[in-house]
Design a protein around this ligand. Structure first.
Ligand code: CTP
Ligand code: ZN
Length: 154
């Protein structure tokens, strides 16, 4: 199926962010990372399980009037390492970034260990080292392997 067929499913946006090449089934996790639940009023279009020449099937997330922070991109890389983030301005793709896995992610995830210093009510920002098999708290070394988005600190 060609790009044109995809366009028929989800229309172009004027200003905002298109996160393309998201693994099929992960679009709702991408929204969770962005802290979007619909209450903020932004326009959101999702393509889920869209046919893709390179990936078989993929998800696409389009958010109007919103760009992504580096912390959000870092967590995104954990679930969508091959995603492309397109910043759209006046209908044109103004910037296209390939996701790169960071060595650490700061701030967006919370540590599941209740005794961790990051859960003690201190002003300590969470930090996780990125491993092949998941992420590891830089303070207490607890490893989160699966369902990383369940640990979003939002
Ligand atoms: N897009 C959009 N609204 C726009 C411009 C682009 O929703 N005003 C979307 C396109 O539908 C596509 C993505 O942004 O999903 C990237 O657009 P573009 O770079 O034009 O497409 P490709 O060349 O196919 O991208 P890539 O090479 O990254 O696959
Ligand atoms: Zn910890």
């Amino acid at each position: 199926m060609t790009g044109t067929d995809t366009e028929l499913r989800i229309s172009k946006i004027r200003d905002g962010t298109v996160i393309d090449h998201v693994p099929a089934g992960e679009a709702l996790h991408v929204l969770a990372i962005l802290g979007i639940d619909g209450s903020g009023g932004e326009g959101v279009s999702l393509g889920m399980n869209v046919p893709s020449e390179t990936m078989g099937h993929k998800d696409i997330v389009k958010v109007e009037g919103r760009e992504m922070s580096q912390a959000e991109l870092d967590v995104l890389s954990l679930i969508a390492p091959d995603a492309t983030v397109n910043i759209v301005r006046e209908y044109e793709v103004a910037e296209k970034t390939e996701i790169e896995p960071p060595e650490q992610v700061a701030g967006l995830l919370s540590c599941p260990n209740r005794h961790c210093i990051t859960n003690a009510g201190e002003p300590v920002e969470t930090r996780f080292d990125v491993l092949d098999e998941g992420v590891r708290c830089a303070y207490c070394e607890t490893i989160v392997r699966e369902e990383i988005t369940d640990h979003l600190a939002v």
